[in-house]
Structure formats: structure tokens, C-alpha cells
Write a protein of this length. Sequence first.
Length: 553
Amino acid sequence: SGTGVGFTRNPGTGENEPYGEYMVNAQGEDVVAGIRTPETLQSLENTFPSMYDQILALRQKLEGYYREIQDYEFTVERGVLYCLQTRTAKMNGLARVKTAVDLFKEGIISEEEMIMRVEPDDIEHMLSPQLASDHGSVVVVRGLPASPGAAVGKAVFHPDVAEVQGRAGIPVILIREETKPDDIHGFFPSQGILTSRGGKTSHAALVARGKGKPCVCGATELRVEGEVAYLPNGVVIREGDMITIDGNTGNVYLGALPLVAASFTEELEYLLSVADTMRAFPVYANADTPEDASKAVEYGASGIGLCRTERMFNDPERLPIVRSMILAENTEDRQTYLDQLFPMQVTDFVGIFTAMAGKVVTIRLLDPPMHEFLPTPSELHKDVTILLHDIEMSDNRIDVEALTEKLVTLKELQRRSAALAEVNPMLGHRGVRLGGMTYPEIYRMQIRAIMEATVQCLQSGIDVYPQIMVPQVCMATELRAVKKMFVELRGTIEHRESTVLPVEFGTMIETVRACVQSATLAPEVSFYSFGTNDLIPSLINLSALLSYPPIPQ
């Protein structure tokens, strides 16, 4: 006699094998309470073979009736097995995919049911590193699972530190109260992000998901003060302490826990191939680098729906050139720095086109406002203060001259940062108004780079289908200004190369005015793309405005 808990298949791997625990001379609570050490169900094959045979028969009966993996509880009285209750088992992504495919191949469910059994999150979890199922560690704090995958690294509390240590090959987890655009340079080299504020749509969550970084947000019990994080149970995380975060569950652990690398299993490849035969429209990826593009192809993307060129500008090796371009006082000086960026952009696009050979690549021209490429006013003030102190304390003339030269540059950055600051940068001097109207040389460089990259790929026998997309358009006048550049550059290059470039011209609809003016924009473009993350809040604000009573005349 005894009691036990079982799964009809392994919920961690999906393998078709008995999985669970059994305890002799015990009741159900004894198994789950951890008072005694139970036996595995497999061990019953040797110790109680007749009971094991009954469990195998029960597995088959439960799956045949419910047509799904079951989590069941049972008791045994004098060698007779009784099933007390059963329910659909909770499984991780790996097990969910394997069991769905296996049940279909066993004739238990249909192809459509196989596809619908698997949630998008299951696939996402499989494509990111996971915690080993037997890590046995205790959760020290919980937040929101904002970006999937698990990450291990040393705790750091400032993006500058994350950048330096990450690029030195040290695995780091960036911990912040909340993140902002100025922290972006700390995201790239970090293994993962942990914040005490924010939700699944916060800046940290959005950027982390975009870069494929594990992220836990909104761990409200985590109190971040300077370079220390305090936990509710009195535990303290200091800079350099090893921690592990799980973006699938929102759990945070102390120490370095073992990870399982992401991989495409045979079952996942089969499931996705079947899904491809059923889908009604192609799925495109967001990709900003050749590496991202290659991964997108590997994962089955039909093309790139959004290539954000500002991510290329944010590369730490290019950022000094971009900042010099921003600081330029005239068109000639600005063009000097754009000429340095041009070959880098060509290389970027050639790499992306090569990875996506034969597939559409939609490239958005520079979108964010200039101030996002500069340090924040508070950071600049801190750096200036430190430099002034160093100059005052130094008695070495050469050091003073070098520090003074650096101080001049920082003060110029301060001046430009203040001049470029906006009340609402989301709807201000950015996108087409910045790169197409005020500084048209920026978009001219980018459009030329895309076309020159197209020429190089065509000459190498690579099929390319680039689409140039103009962001933040509000009216046809803006679009025509950029289209004029596009037509002139395409005509010049096509004449030089005696060929026709397969480059399309379009825009992103992301403002209410663009929706209202759509009839005047449409004749200027070959395609629209919708930027719903910006458009939806604008529409909500507009509907709220329209709900107010009319103002008396």
C-alpha cells in the first residue's frame, strides 16, 4: 500500500516514459510535503512489477481519453491502484513541443491540434538559454518575466560599468531601478537586465526583447541604492556578486546556476514546417545587423520587416563619429563625418542583404532625435565636475593640457545637449524632419549606402529586394523632399551601372496626421508599414481629446 504523484510523460523533456514519485505506507500529503524521500515510478518495475504494469495501463488510458499529457495522483491499497484525480500537465516549452508532435504522430490528435497546443511563448522559451531543471536553488526575489531566457553574470549597477566589463569578456547583469534610452550602451554587452520598476512594456523590456536579452522587470521588493541592491529577506547584492535571472518566470537567484543552451529540436523543426503550410501570410523579423539577419533566416523568417539604422549608429565604435557629426556647426563639417560613416553603412547593408538573399529587407532611415546619441545632462555635469577637479589637482603640464582639451569637448557636448533637448522628443525634431528636412545630408548618405550595397550584391549574383522606409512622416511635403533624393540618387547610380535597382520607396504610418493625410501620401510611395507602438497611444490621446465638450465660440 502507498500513494504517489505521476505524469503520463516527462514534463521537463516530453519523453514518453513514466515520470513521478511513489511512497510506501504513506498518504498523498507525505509525498508533496518532502518529509520522506520517495521512490521514482521507474523503480517500481523491480520492486512492485504488478503495480508498475497498472501504472503503464493507467498512463495509456488517461492519454487515450483526455488526448493530452496528464498530471495524476493515485493511491495503492493492497496492490490495487486507484486513480484519485487527474488534470492537464503543466510543461515547459521543450516538453510542450515534443509531446504535441508525438501525440500527432501517434494518431491521438490532428495536425491542427498539434499546432494549436503550442503557445508562442513555448517557442520563444526554446530559442533562449534556460535554467537547468535540477538547479535546486531558492528564489530570492521575483519580478515580471519581461524577456525570455536565463542569464548568469556579475551584478553591475551602471551602464558604463556594464559596457567596460562586458567588452572585457566579463559576464554581467545590469541592475537598475528603471532604464532609459541613455542606458542603451550598457545593454549590448550585458547578459541580462534586472529592474525594480517597470512592466512588460517598459523601456528595459522592449529593448531587451529587441536584442534577445533575458530581462526581469518590476521586481518591486528589490531596493536599488547606488551600487547595492537590498532584498526583503535581508540579503544584499553588491557589485561583483554573481546572480542568475530567469526571464521566463521572473525569478532571481543568488550565484551562478547551470544553463541549458537554446537549440532547434527535431520536433520543433517539424512543427514549424507544418505551421508554414498553414499560415495565411508571411512573418518578417526585426533585424539590425548581419548576425540578426542570419538568425532570422535560421528561424524561418520570410524577410526583414524593420531594420532600424539607429542601432547601427549606436555601435560604441561609431558613436564618437556620430557625436562629432551632431556637434558639427555647418554642412561641410557634418558631411566629413557622414563620409566616415558611409562605408560602414554600406558594409552593414551588404551583410544584411547577403544573409537575407532573395528576401525583402525593409530599412527604416534614421528615426530618433539627436539628443539620444549624446550623454544625459546629469552625466555630462558629473564628468565636467570630475575633470575640473583633476585639472586643479594635477601638477603635470602635459596632463593638464590633455584634460583641458577633453573639458572643451565635454562643454561643447553640454551646450549641444541643452540645445537639442525637447519637451516631447517622441513627436519633435526627429525622423523625416531631422534627417530629411533640417539635415538632408544624413538621409542622402543612408539612401546612397543602401543603393551602393544593392549594386555590390547584384554584381556578386545575390538577389536583393530592399525597401527604404521614411519614418515619422506627417505630410506629403516631407515625403516628397526625401523622394526627390531617392529618385536622383537611383537615377545616377543606375546610369553609372547600366542597370535597374530593385529598391522600393515607402513610409511608416505612425502619427495620427499621417493617417488623416493618407490619401496624399499614398501616391508618393510603393508601400506602407504601420508603427503601431507610436500610433496607438496617439490615437488614444486623440479619442480622449475628442470626447471633451466643445469649447464655446
